[in-house]
Design a protein around this ligand. Structure first.
Ligand SMILES: [Zn+2]
Length: 304
């Protein structure tokens, strides 16, 4: 299984910033130690690739560092050349993971899932929309005709829904907390809004329905899975109440459903804001382990 890591491209943040930048290097270290796949550094996404899902003017202004103060505030990151490089690599990692998934069935980006990025602006720590860009790159290269985006981050994939609205070839599914950011939601092809404190069983039941519906309606050649760590009960901003075991069952349900349908999957990590950074890393690591189990790289851990 090919795994793409971008933790070498660090985004410089002011002290006390809420974004858990350290999780990427820690996760890569754990993935490497567990030998879950073949780690690689992806190429940066090109302007041409980004232009399949973003306005050229926005792409240029990100590169040049000429976003307005308001745009920078909405993005949540201070601009720097390193921020640009990191965003390009993270999007490049999802493009590479899609290509690898089409070859091998499953592949992982240890970052990505930047689903709040719109066509012409960034939002909520998301500069470019990696899933929308990557799906369109696969189409432009003639590798696929149709794709499905399965967004299980606890926040709605509003940027993805907006960019891909009116595109019948890429189906957008988002299952998220009804009362979470973004407070004004966009319309995905299928949205499931969950009440606060939703637990494992209700979540998995809703997800099972959502997957069946999405795969049935999308008839896809490729899936991109956003495995957010933030539906976790210990998350500071997630509002849901899934356990670590529930999140592992979620990953297994998504990936096994795709595998049994013969559908290649590119897995991305998306958000995670638990009080303990170790919890975020553990949840993401479990996602990569389950991917490796289903790809046949490692033996499944026996369940109690
Ligand atoms: Zn999130």
């Amino acid at each position: 299984m090919q795994i793409f890591a971008t933790d070498a491209f660090v985004l410089p943040l002011p002290p006390g910033h809420r974004f858990p930048m350290d999780k990427y290097a820690r996760l890569r270290g754990r993935v490497e130690a567990a030998r879950l796949g073949e780690l690689q550094v992806p190429p940066a996404a090109t302007r041409e690739q980004l232009g399949l899902a973003h306005d050229l003017d926005y792409i240029e202004r990100v590169h040049a560092g000429t976003l307005s103060a308001k745009e920078t505030r909405e993005l949540g990151f201070p601009w720097s050349p390193a921020m640009v490089e990191r965003s390009l690599r993270s999007t490049g990692a999802t493009i590479s993971a899609c290509r690898a998934a089409l070859e091998d069935g499953l592949a992982v980006n240890l970052a990505g899932g930047t689903h709040h990025a719109f066509r012409d602006r960034g939002q909520g720590y998301c500069v470019f929309n990696d899933a929308a860009v990557a799906a369109r790159v696969m189409q432009a290269e003639g590798l696929i005709r149709r794709a499905v985006i399965l967004d299980c981050d606890v926040h709605q994939g509003n940027g993805t829904a907006s960019i891909l609205a009116g595109d019948p070839t890429i189906f957008t599914f988002s299952i998220h907390g009804a009362h979470n950011f973004p407070f004004i939601k966009e319309t995905s092809d299928l949205d499931i809004n969950l009440p606060d404190r939703t637990g494992d069983e209700e979540y998995l039941e809703a997800l099972e329905y959502g997957l069946r519906e999405s795969l049935g309606r999308a008839t896809p050649d490729l899936a991109i899975y956003l495995a957010g760590a933030d539906p976790y009960h210990g998350d500071r901003i997630g509002r849901l109440a899934l356990t670590m075991d529930g999140l592992a069952r979620r990953d297994h349900l998504v990936l096994a459903t795709c595998r049994s349908a013969g559908l290649p999957v590119a897995v991305t990590m998306a958000g995670g804001y638990a009080r303990e950074l170790d919890d975020v890393v553990a949840i993401h690591l479990r996602t990569v382990e389950i991917s490796a189990e289903l790809a046949g790289v490692v033996q499944a851990t026996p369940r109690p």
